[in-house]
Design a binder for this molecule. Structure first.
Ligand SMILES: [Zn+2]
Length: 169
């Protein structure tokens, strides 16, 4: 039989779901390196299948250029355990509610405005954002196009500082 089948059998015998989640928790989101893909809530499920580890990935923003790099990194890093496949989730939308408490804390600590809970994801950009510096809600959307396609620039009228917001779409 082929080599990959042997590796697959070993994967089934040795790899556990918690071990895969552990590796995933060390993978930084390409847009916001202080957040792991687990903090961001983009991994819906991990399945250990007969011939591969399958990671179900929920994109935060379809068409986000970070998606393919995130996918490559997951395949590479989790692939160190056993052959790994990333499946894009298309039957369920990621929502900002999936960001963990730890993720929200890290977003604030790094000067990002965490998306408000329960945001409706049909909106391409969140018009209202809380200023990560002073907590003011008196902010305006300055530019929907931040340094990358997945960020937006806001301006705080209270402390007069621009800040970036991660687009929760
Ligand atoms: Zn402010």
């Amino acid at each position: 039989m082929s080599e990959s089948t042997d590796v697959g059998k070993q994967a089934r015998a040795r790899v556990t779901e918690p071990a895969v989640w552990q590796v995933l928790s060390t993978i930084a989101d390409p847009e916001i390196p202080t957040l792991s893909v687990v903090d961001l809530g983009v991994v819906r499920r991990v399945r250990i299948e007969r011939d591969a580890i399958v990671v179900e990935l929920m994109p935060t923003f379809l068409g986000c250029p970070a998606l393919s790099s995130m996918r490559d990194v997951i395949v590479e890093r989790v692939g160190a355990l056993a052959p790994t496949r990333v499946e894009l989730v298309r039957d369920q939308a990621w929502t900002s509610d999936r960001i963990t408490e730890e993720g929200r804390r890290r977003l604030r600590a790094s000067g990002f405005a965490p998306p408000a809970r329960g945001d409706v994801l049909a909106l391409p950009i969140l018009p209202l954002a809380e200023c990560p510096y002073c907590g003011s809600r008196d902010t305006v959307l300055e530019s929907p196009f931040g340094p990358t396609a997945c960020r937006a620039i806001h301006y705080c009228a209270t402390c007069r500082q621009p800040f970036e917001q991660f687009k929760a779409v």
